[in-house]
Design a protein around this ligand. Structure first.
Ligand SMILES: Cc1ncc(COP(=O)(O)O)c(C=O)c1O
Length: 409
């Protein structure tokens, strides 16, 4: 059955969509397909941030501890830390790259640190050996943010194996999507059972309504998003979301100082069904991403742009190829007009870096200058299966003509 047919059926069967009996199957399929290890314990959540929040709550022995987080991150990461009753301490982007490295994260660790979040930004991994030293050198627990990880090379030092737990997002534009959703994969069995117990205690009263709203959004997505309309639809969606017209990825409650009651939520059958369908296409998804990553890296290198900070060599896939430009607003507007595959992570500064709201998220403006410098310059080139090689070629021609490239500092 087509995705539209399935969504219509699930809308007519709210009991099935809002139930949870298929979630275990989805978790196992995720472990087998994405992690390459069917025995790896995984737990699915309503969103990636909820996976992080639940892990932090399970770890926190008392309120008032600290979490080291990258400054160049999704705003929902510091928000989850705050909702868990903890303090954020920020690590800046390492010189010349896109990730907070081990040295920057180590600098954010103190006696009160309970956890350290290391991020695979755009799929570019941090140095595994340095991260491992960081995770074994103290009492803080290492959490890998794999929300942008699109390719998992095997091996004990590979991504998702560096710390006690790794979490993923399956939100709209992520390596594979269930509309909204998250997953945690564990390397520590006691943390797995503590987080599992917490998830079992989440209220389920809102699951039907949440699934209905997600099914409607997924249907709208299926009907409206095409390569040529993607940028415009994303812009309209973000606009409607900010106005509160649609219950989007980030609701007003995500920005509240007090955590909304319905924030802790597990995955439902709707997410499990969408996830299982996506997992069937995982191998071809990754193969496409490898091909486009290779294409862009080659063109960038030929053009004289240093691709070292992009890390992906040996045929590995990035979720998107990041670039820094001095004419971001103009470039995005032109790309949208020409329906080209150019996106940005930050259309406005994230709340923790924004001057007006920084204090609420424990950020001191000016303390992570490299991240602050990058946010208004960041664009990225998605490698998703929705972007054909033809479109990538047209995008690259466009960038050659119009982008004013600059390098990471
Ligand atoms: C690096 C990173 N971490 C965390 C998140 C939060 O994931 P979710 O939106 O599923 O809560 C995202 C999503 O945008 C992300 O890109």
């Amino acid at each position: 059955m087509s995705q539209i047919g399935i969504l219509l059926e699930l809308l007519c069967r709210p009991g099935l969509a809002g139930g949870t009996d298929l979630v275990g199957r989805y978790e196992q399929a995720f472990a087998r397909t994405v992690l390459g290890d069917a025995s790896r314990p995984c737990l699915a959540f309503g969103k990636g941030r909820v996976a992080l929040w639940t892990v932090l709550r399970a770890l926190a022995s008392q309120s008032g501890g600290e979490v080291a987080v990258p400054a160049f991150t999704c705003e929902m990461v510091p928000a989850a830390v705050k909702f868990a009753g903890l303090r954020c301490v920020y690590a800046d982007v390492a010189a010349g790259g896109f990730n907070a490295g081990a040295a920057e994260l180590a600098g954010a660790i103190g006696p009160a640190t309970q956890a350290v979040v290391c991020q695979h930004t755009y799929g570019i991994g941090p140095d595994p050996a340095a991260m491992r030293r960081l995770s074994t050198g103290g009492s803080a627990v290492l959490i890998e943010d794999c929300c942008q990880l699109a390719d998992l090379p095997a091996g004990p030092d590979g991504p998702t194996r560096l710390g006690a737990v790794a979490f993923f997002s399956t939100q709209w534009n992520k390596p594979f999507s269930t509309g909204l959703g998250g997953m945690a994969a564990f390397n520590d069995s006691s943390l797995y059972s503590a987080v599992g117990d917490m998830r079992s205690a989440f209220g389920r009263a809102g699951d039907r309504a949440r699934s209905r709203s997600l099914a409607i959004q997924a249907l709208a997505y299926e009907l409206t998003v095409r390569p040529a309309t993607q940028a415009a639809v994303a812009k309209m969606y973000r606009f409607a979301q900010r106005r509160g017209w649609v219950r989007g990825t980030n609701t007003a409650g995500d920005y509240d100082q007090t955590m909304p009651d319905d924030y802790p939520c597990g995955a439902t059958n709707l997410q499990a069904i969408l996830g299982l369908r996506q997992l069937r296409r995982w191998d071809s998804n990754v193969a496409h991403r490898r091909m486009l990553t290779g294409f862009y890296l080659q063109r960038l290198a030929e053009f004289g742009i240093d691709t070292m900070p992009l890390g992906a060599t040996c045929g590995q896939a990035l979720w998107a190829v990041p670039l820094l430009v001095d004419n971001k607003a103009e470039l995005l507007a032109r790309a949208e007009r020409d329906a080209l595959a150019v996106a940005t992570w930050f259309d406005v500064p994230p709340v923790h870096l924004a001057e007006a709201t920084a204090g609420r998220y424990d950020y001191r403006p000016g303390s992570c200058p490299a991240s602050e410098w990058m946010v208004p310059r960041e664009i990225h080139l998605p490698t998703s299966p929705a972007v054909s090689l033809d479109r990538a070629q047209a995008t690259w021609k466009f960038l050659q003509r119009h982008a004013r490239f600059t390098s990471p500092r």
